[in-house]
Design a protein around this ligand. Structure first.
Ligand code: SF4
Length: 226
C-alpha cells in the first residue's frame, strides 16, 4: 500500500476530538486542494510502501482501540483499504476512514468522516490540475451512498463566511442531516485558525452546525506525524 505516515496521537478534529488514536496516512490523492495540509500526499506525493499485514501489526502494536485511516485519499487504493479495514475490525479496532467523498467502496468502518471540498479549495485556474479538481471535488452520489450506509460526519473546511451558501445549497440538495455537519476553519498555522474561529462559531450558532477546532494545528502547527 502507498502510505506516508503511521503514528500515534490524538484525534484533532470532529466528533471524536481528543480521543487517542493511531493514524495511518495513505499516499496519493485524486484532488489538489490549494491549501492542502498534506502536500506530501497530493502535490508532491511520496511513494513509501507497506503491506496491509505489516500496517495492521504496527497499528496493533500501539495498544490503542481507535484507528484513523486518512490521506491523501484512502479510497483510491480500494482493495487494500477493504482488506485493512476488515483486519482491523476483526481485531476489535474502532475504525474511522477519512475521505474527500469522491470515491465509494464498501468497507468495514465505524465512522466515515467525509470532507467534501468547497470552491475555496480550487487551485488557480491556470494550474494543470484545476479542471479535474473543479469537476471531481463534489460527488453527490458518493456522499449520499456513504450517508445511507454508515455512521458519518461531514466536515467542511471554511475559509470565508460566504462559503456557507455553498454548504447550505449542498445540504439542501442531497439532504445531509444538519447534525452530521462539522465546520472547521481553513489554515495550516495556529494564527490562521484563530483569525477565523470567532466568526465561524457565530455561523455555527446561527445554522445549528457543530464547530470543530483543529487541535493538532493549535498545538503543533504545520508539523508532520502528530
Ligand atoms: S482532498 Fe485532502 S489530501 Fe487531497 S488535496 Fe485535498 S486536502 Fe489534500
Amino acid at each position: 500500500m502507498k502510505f506516508s505516515e503511521l503514528f500515534y496521537s490524538i484525534q484533532g478534529e470532529g466528533q471524536l476530538i481528543g480521543v487517542p488514536s493511531v493514524f495511518f496516512r495513505t499516499g496519493f490523492c485524486n484532488l489538489r486542494c490549494i491549501w492542502c495540509d498534506t502536500p506530501y500526499t497530493s502535490w508532491q506525493p511520496e511513494s513509501k510502501e507497506i503491506s496491509v499485514e505489516e500496517s495492521v501489526t504496527t497499528i496493533m502494536g500501539f495498544n490503542c482501540r481507535h484507528t484513523v485511516i486518512t490521506g491523501g485519499e484512502p479510497f483510491i487504493q480500494t482493495e487494500d483499504l477493504i482488506s485493512l479495514c476488515h483486519l482491523l475490525t476483526e481485531r476489535g479496532q474502532h475504525v474511522t476512514v477519512e475521505t474527500n467523498a469522491t470515491v465509494f467502496a464498501e468497507v468495514e468502518a465505524d465512522l466515515i468522516s467525509m470532507s467534501p471540498k468547497l470552491e475555496n479549495s480550487n487551485p488557480p485556474a491556470n494550474n494543470r490540475h484545476f479542471s479535474r479538481h473543479q469537476r471531481e471535488r463534489i460527488n453527490r452520489s458518493v456522499i449520499q451512498r456513504f450517508l445511507a450506509r454508515y455512521s458519518c460526519q461531514v466536515k467542511f473546511v471554511v475559509d470565508d463566511p460566504e462559503d456557507l451558501t455553498e454548504i447550505q445549497d449542498l445540504q439542501a440538495e442531497i439532504e445531509i442531516p444538519p447534525e452530521t455537519i462539522v465546520l472547521m476553519p481553513q489554515g495550516v498555522r495556529p494564527d490562521q485558525i484563530q483569525d477565523k474561529q470567532a466568526w465561524l462559531i457565530e455561523l455555527c450558532k446561527t445554522h445549528g452546525y457543530r464547530y470543530s477546532p483543529r487541535l493538532h494545528i493549535d498545538i503543533w502547527g504545520d508539523q508532520r506525524g502528530v
